[in-house]
Ligand binder design. Sequence first.
Ligand code: BGC
Length: 255
Amino acid sequence: MSLKNKVAIITGGNSGIGQAIVLELARQQANVVIDYICHPEATEALEREVAQLGDQSIGVKADVSKPGDLQMLVDQAVNRFGRIDIMVNNAGVETRTSVLDTTEEQYERVMAINLKSAFFGTQIAAQQMIKQGDGGRIINISSVHEDWPMPGNTPYCLSKGGMRMLTRTAGVELAAHNILVVGVGPGAVATPINVSTMQDAAKLALLNKAIPLQRLARPDEIARVVGFLAGDGASYLTATTIFADGGIMHNSVGL
Ligand code: BGC
């Protein structure tokens, strides 16, 4: 499979699942735009890895919760590479707070970084793709929790539920332009978002037990799904979510 001459933007691209997506798309020969908000040194290290794979990349510092920054991100991609083909709305945070204890500030932060960014990322990328006239791919990194409650992580679940409907509605609206919009719903992945669980042996054992495959995913196992969705093999997939969750959503205690 090859994404040669394709240009991809990955939001939240310098850590966790985003970083793995950058490397996977670069392995498939795409040129990549790495959005980040902190740790410029991680972005620079990633740019060097992409160069070693023989591809080009630029790191762009942009706050994806601001539509103006998203526009700047797309503009920089177009200035540097001439076009965009793949927009990966990946940036995300969680607060691990419940319906009873979430503050307004926590609520607004999660909704802005996870959902508002994906909405305007989709809008602004699609406007550029429509100008180019030959379609495109928008891939929203959601979660099993777009459809499956996680008690004690309420704002996150709300934001992912919103991404589910964004994927479906934008997928239908943009289909006439051959812009395919697909969600990826990871389960538990070994990334910075899960460090508190990974550092607590008892919690980790409980989580592993709940997963039929009995382990967290590696970020590259999610990135490879994104690599597939960006390529020719996924030409008839839109307005839906692919779950890569080791079976966790369908598990039951069996009692
Ligand atoms: C969340 C994690 C959680 C996992 C499985 C992810 O989307 O970010 O906190 O462990 O889903 O429930």
